[in-house]
Design a protein around this ligand. Structure first.
Ligand SMILES: [Zn+2]
Length: 207
């Protein structure tokens, strides 16, 4: 069964959750590639090689535990001009653990990155928690979800949506994790090509 998938974040969410960054001005002729869940050996390295070849900079929302496990890849990501940002210590779901534990997980990761950009794993964070976190962190959501993690969505379907929907100002989500790697290898070059054909450039998210 092919359930209805929302690639594009519905605009009403911007109004319901104004403290979160959903996307950037359409007037800036850029999009923002983001990669969640790394760093992972081989996978993140493949992404870094690809981005280097294309001279593209991106924002990586990293799991703190992986940053500790793979310091060389972390260093490489930073050295190559990408932004390494916070995705909690253990990919915690904010709606499943106490705020205290959640905040600790974010704070611990914060020591490993050099900015205040934070993306909640699964995009799940309560309005109250985002209010509390917002004082210290900039919550970065997205405007375009690739569904690279969902094998029920075909590569063709994703690319068709990318062609139709990706616009200036979009924050695009991809994943550098084990589950998505096979699909990412197919998707990333094609999505980049689609963006280049639209004459858009690539920027990192600034804190
Ligand atoms: Zn994640």
């Amino acid at each position: 069964m092919n359930k209805f998938k929302l690639f594009k974040t519905p605009r009403f969410l911007y109004w319901i959750f104004p403290r979160r960054t959903w996307g950037f001005s359409r007037k800036i002729n850029s999009v923002y590639l983001t990669f969640d869940d790394g760093p992972q050996p081989e996978i993140t390295e493949w992404v870094l090689d690809f981005l280097k070849e294309k001279n593209i900079k991106a924002t990586f929302f990293c799991v703190g535990n992986n940053l500790l496990k793979y310091p060389k890849i972390t260093e490489c990501t930073k050295l190559e001009g990408h932004v390494v940002a916070n995705h909690t210590m253990h990919h915690n779901k904010g709606t499943k653990i106490s705020f205290k534990k959640y905040k600790e997980s974010i704070d611990e990761t914060s020591k490993l990155v050099s900015n205040n950009l934070f993306r909640p794993p699964y995009g799940r964070i309560t309005a109250l928690d985002s209010f509390r976190i917002n004082k210290e962190y900039k919550i970065i959501m997205w405007t375009w979800l690739s569904y690279d993690f969902d094998p029920n969505v075909s590569i063709e379907k994703i690319l068709e949506k990318a062609k139709k929907q990706i616009k200036a100002g979009d924050i695009i989500v991809l994943h550098d994790n084990i589950k998505t790697f096979d699909r990412l290898k197919l998707l990333l070059p094609e999505i980049v090509k689609i963006i280049e054909d639209k004459k858009l450039t690539f920027e990192v998210i600034n804190a």
